[in-house]
Design a protein around this ligand. Sequence first.
Ligand code: MGD
Ligand code: SF4
Length: 794
Amino acid sequence: KKEGDIEWVRGVCRFCGTGCKVWLGLKNGKPAIIRGEKDSQINFGFLCMKGMLFYKLFRHPDRLTQPLYRKSKKEPFKPISWEKAFDIMADEMIKAIKKGEWGPMGWTGIAYYGSGQALTEETYLFQKLFRCIGTNHVEGNPRLCMASAVGGYLTSYGTDEPAGGYADFDKAQTVFIIGSNTAECHPILYRRIMKNKLANPNGYMVINVDPRVSPTSKIADIHMQFKPGTDLALLNALAHVIIKEGLYDKEFVSKYCSFHIYTKGRDKNPLIGHAVSFEEYKRFLEKYTPEYAAEICGGNITPEMIRKVARRFATTRTVSIWTMGLNQRTRGVWVNNLVTNLHLLTGNVCKDGADALSLTGQPNACGGVREGGGLCHILPGHRVVKNAKHRHQLEKIWGVPKGTIPPKPGYHTVKMFSAISYTEEDKRRFPGLKPIHFIWIEETSPLQSLPNMRRFREGFARDDVFVVVTDIFPTRTTEFANLILPAAFHFEKTGVYGCTERRSQLTPKAVKAPGQAMPELWQIVNFAQVLAKKLKRERDPKLRKRASIVYQCVAPFIEAAKKDPWWTLSKEVWNEYAGKVTKGQDSDLSGATYEVLLERPDGVQWPAPTVEIARKGGTLRRFVVGKDPIATKIAQTHPEYRDWKCIDYGHLHKDHKFWVWLRPYKGPAEPPDAEYPFVLSTGRVIDHWHTASMTGRIPELAGDYPYAWVEINPKDAQRLGINPGDLVLVETRRGKNILPARISTDEGPMEGMVFVYWYDQEKSRMINFCTLDAFDPGSKQPEFKICACRIKKY
Ligand code: MGD
Ligand code: SF4
């Protein structure tokens, strides 16, 4: 639409997982301003600074504008043509395939590493290409961010992603914020919570559960502060009180819940474990008395506080939200389950104002990666690699031979990067590890964002690993590339993002990409054709066989890539993904065509199996009969569920019930000790996005936060003679940083803990030299939030 000399184009913000709807304003065809969409039920016209200012990146002088290549990482880069770039890439990929082996996970020598910021169409086509080449080494940064939430939902609901959405904040009476600095990381959602709180200060209670006093704690009625990693005991104690005092929802529990435990050695599948009785669950909780938990948790936790919070949780409509404080943990899946347990016990789910809502970090970790099949063990449409039926369904849709997709998951993130560094230590840690010699990294900067990254950087520096990076800016990762491919930025191409609440939204192309920068979809389709030609000439029949499969993978898109890579190509990939791949799955988006997505100010929430349902916005409340088309159909067609109000149709839950899990308290992987007596935790500030490769180039945001610092509790600082602004040496068993100190009586970590922001690109302040790469045994998500450190004045 046009207003005066500004032409407005509607899309979605490309930063956090809130999914704020934006209008990008173009003056004389150039990006000039961004404002929020007033009719959006997500952000109601509001935006944070990141959302308002990203128009400054379109014409930034640092933008990558042509393919750059160097044979050796010791040489400088030289510009080359796209044609030459794909030619070199295909040769290097085939070389790496030959250096590796063929096994149950496919070719061991090559890998793709993507991002929760890639468009859904991009992740979908990248993973399709790599599976068709013949490898399940398909991973992405959502492993660092959302994997434990996936594990949590898969075990509690039998299927990924939440039941409710943001609208629940407005009908809730209690918001339970645990392990999330919502005020800085999801500021527009925090605004909504704050608005409700201000409108009803006594009736709307905010409980903040966090070892640190963050800006989020400012509106909390109760702040539960506990030693990092002890929240499993705390959550079990809340359940203990709810049951002991008879506060649980008896009807919901008896009709809609069952109880489960996983016993290693006895149970084959950790996602299923085995069923136990309610009585056994009660016995399991016996030991988690408020007194016992308070002792473990320390901080300000008292038995009376636990009782008070449990009563409030159980007797009001409650929404819980959480992010990395729970996910980035070696017991991330368990702690996710323990929050959802509280909702199931108290019937605080499947109704207005009540939900267990894991907030997504990135704009498309849910839609693109979790639904689009962008991790080593999953396939698009909520399918899994290990399931032969799922693999064959996809092979049929793709028109490729049965057996194209290898049957075993590839390497998860830490293992994938260990297969690149491939040190003796890596081989000891992962017996049977096979080296990776070629990796295509897209829209992420792992050599700043991976934990314990010194050894990964050493691996990447070697010349026997060919590194391709598709990005819009130079980053700490492009420093290790052989080939840099310039990408079109958001609004310079077309595609869909799916945010926290199962909502997909379309952003159309509005701006011309600079220089030779091209959309990733165009890069994939063109590279695949070159690769197919080269594979055809190979002598090994296994390689030759893949030539036609690779060609078939992109064949439906070749014409569009030639004629219109900016819109038609994306639309055709979306039509295949949403129209064919999600059809009939729980994440059904087949009704959400581009036309419908363009019409709607808020996009569409799945399941949306028909255009009619999609036009109304899709499904706000999942699992509820009468509201969710899948649950409704089950109730209508299966007499035994006729009188059920909600039905858990997760494919892992054959009993159609929600599962309460018995998860014991277990501490972190590296607790503090005499040598390293502090807990180091890491996170984000409001104005920077992740590695700051983008926000660090926006002067207003960089000016607000020019460098990272370490937050220290005033009591610890006094004891160690550290004053505000002093340089502090932060040291762990893996590395060290030198950071200025911030000491506040108002905000900051509890005694014995320090907190560092990880956006800074300056090597002496890159905290991921220090963090720990221990990971959750289920979700494989690393424990960024807790490791042992020592500090002293520098
Ligand atoms: P980003 O800065 O988001 O960081 O870490 P990364 O994904 O490594 O990287 C995105 C990249 O995409 C940028 O380099 C940007 O320039 C590029 N880009 C932007 N638009 C486009 C585009 O359209 N196409 C292409 N090809 N590129 C584009 C995130 C990761 O970090 C995550 S998800 C989490 S949750 C972790 N959090 C975390 C933490 O809490 N503490 C510590 N210490 N480390 C962490 N690391 C993890
Ligand atoms: Fe963008 Fe998130 Fe800010 Fe909304 S809250 S404007 S989605 S960064």
